[in-house]
Design a protein around this ligand. Structure first.
Ligand code: UD1
Ligand code: UDP
Length: 359
C-alpha cells in the first residue's frame, strides 16, 4: 500500500506554512490528505488563504471552532482520532504552535504514527504564552523536526532531541511570500482609507496584549502617540476586536481599523509601509524578508533570528513612540541581512527529507 501523508492545519498562520510543503510533496507524487480542524473559521481568517495560496480544499473540516484551551484542544483530539483511525496515514505533518498543532501531535503520538513538525525548535522561554507549551510538547513527540533557524536546532539539541531527527530546512512561510510576491497589492485598502504614500501597519492579537484592560491601557496610549505621527492601518484580529473597541484606540482619527485582510492585500500593505507594529510571530519573519522595520510589542521573541539577521526589534509600550519616530526618520533600509536558507526552497527540503524517512 502506498504511503498516505496527513496534514493538520487549523489557524491562520498554518496556511502559508503548509502550502509549499503540500506542493512539494505533490510534485513527488505522494498521496495526501489535508485536514482543517476549524479552529479558525471566518472567511477572512481561513478560506481566503486557500483561495489566494491555491491550497487544495481540505478533505475534511472538523469544525471545532472556538472555546477554552481545554475545550478546543479536546474537541480537536476527539475528532482527529476518528479521522486518523479511518485514514491510517504513514506520517502526520503538523505546523507551527497553535492548539491544532498540539492536539494533532498528542493524538498521532498515542496512535503510534510518526509525526513531522514544521517550524520546530522555536522557543520564547516564556511559559505564560500558550504557544510555548504547544511548541515544547509537539517537539517532544515529533519524529522529524524541521527548523527554520540555527537557534531552533540548538534548542532541540539542548533538550535532548536526537540530532538525526532534526533538519535545518529554512522557512516555508518565506517560500510562500517569495512565490506570491508579484501579486502583493494593498492598493484597494489604501484607496478605501484615503491613505497617502506614508503609512504604517499594525496588528495585535497576543492574549498578553489584548486580553487585559491594564495592558491594553498602556498599548492604547503608546499606539495613539504613534498615530499622532503617521496613519496606522490596523487589521483587527477577532480575538481583540471587542477590547480594542472598548479601549478607545480605534477612535483615533489616524488609526484605520479594518477587518482582517487576505494574504496578498496584507503583505501588499506591509511591503509599502514605513514600518510595522505587531505582536505576531509570522509577521516578524515576513517583515525581515521584505526589509520593513518591525517593532514587536513583546518582551521576548521565539524568533530572535529576525533581530540578529533581520529588521525586527522588541519594544515596550513605553518606548514604542520614540522607536516609531526613529524608524520613520531613518526610512526603509537599503540593505539588510536575511536568515540563511530563507530562500524559497524550504518546502522542497522538507519533502526530500520526508521521502527519505518513509523509504
Ligand atoms: C490562535 C493561536 C495563536 C496564533 C493565532 C493566529 C492558539 C492557542 N493560539 O490564537 O498562537 O498566533 O491563532 O491568528 O492556538 N475568532 C473568530 N473567528 C475565527 C477565529 C477566532 O471570531 O475565525 C475569535 C473567537 O472569539 C475566539 C477568539 O477569536 O474565541 C480566539 O481564537 P483562538 O483560535 O482560540 O485563538 P487566537 O487568539 O486566534
Ligand atoms: N495576515 C493576513 N492578514 C491579516 C493579518 C495577518 O494575511 O490581516 C497573515 C500574515 O501575513 C501572516 C499570518 O497571517 O502570514 C500570520 O498570522 P497571525 O499574525 O494571525 O499569527 P502568528 O504568526 O502570530 O501565529
Amino acid at each position: 500500500m502506498s504511503d498516505l501523508l496527513l496534514h493538520v492545519t487549523g489557524a491562520r498562520p498554518n496556511f502559508p506554512k503548509a502550502a509549499p510543503v503540500l506542493a512539494a510533496l505533490d510534485d513527488r507524487g505522494f498521496a495526501q490528505r489535508l485536514v482543517h480542524t476549524g479552529q479558525h473559521y471566518d472567511d477572512n481568517m481561513s478560506a481566503v488563504f486557500f483561495r489566494e495560496l491555491h491550497l487544495p480544499s481540505p478533505d475534511v473540516n472538523l469544525g471545532v471552532g472556538s472555546g477554552s484551551h481545554a475545550e478546543q484542544t479536546a474537541a480537536i483530539m476527539v475528532a482527529l482520532e476518528k479521522e486518523m483511525l479511518a485514514a491510517q496515514p504513514s506520517l502526520v505533518i503538523v505546523y507551527g504552535d497553535v492548539n491544532s498543532t498540539l492536539a494533532a501531535a498528542l493524538v498521532t503520538s498515542k496512535l503510534g504514527i510518526p509525526i513531522a513538525h514544521v517550524e520546530a525548535g522555536l522557543r520564547s522561554g516564556d511559559w505564560t504564552m500558550p504557544e510555548e507549551v504547544n511548541r515544547v510538547v509537539t517537539d517532544r513527540l515529533s519524529d522529524r523536526l524541521y527548523a527554520t533557524s540555527a537557534d531552533a536546532v540548538a534548542h532541540l539539541g539542548s533538550e535532548g532531541v536526537p540530532v538525526d531527527r532534526i533538519r535545518l530546512v529554512g522557512n516555508p512561510m518565506i517560500d510562500t511570500l517569495l512565490k506570491h510576491r508579484d501579486a502583493f497589492d494593498g492598493s484597494r485598502v489604501r484607496a478605501a482609507l484615503g491613505l497617502g504614500e506614508t503609512y504604517a501597519v499594525a496588528t495585535l492579537h497576543r492574549p498578553a496584549n489584548v486580553d487585559s484592560p491594564e495592558s491594553l491601557g498602556a498599548l492604547t496610549a503608546a499606539m495613539s502617540q504613534v498615530a499622532d505621527q503617521i496613519d496606522l492601518v490596523l487589521p483587527v484580529h477577532p480575538r481583540g476586536a471587542a477590547n480594542l473597541e472598548r479601549s478607545g484606540l480605534l477612535a483615533h482619527p489616524r488609526i484605520h481599523p479594518v477587518e482582517p485582510v487576505g494574504y496578498t492585500e496584507f503583505l501588499g500593505l506591509v511591503d509599502r509601509s514605513a514600518f510595522v507594529v505587531t505582536d505576531s510571530g509570522g509577521i516578524q519573519e515576513e517583515t525581515t524578508v521584505l526589509g520593513v522595520p518591525c517593532l514587536t510589542l513583546r518582551p521576548n521573541t521565539e524568533r530572535p533570528v529576525t533581530i540578529t539577521d533581520g529588521t525586527n526589534q522588541l519594544v515596550t509600550p513605553a518606548d514604542l513612540p520614540a522607536r516609531a519616530s526613529a524608524a520613520l526618520a531613518a526610512g526603509r533600509p537599503v540593505t539588510w541581512p536575511v536568515p540563511p536558507l530563507w530562500d524559497g526552497h524550504a518546502g522542497e527540503r522538507i519533502a526530500g527529507d520526508i521521502a527519505t524517512f518513509l523509504a
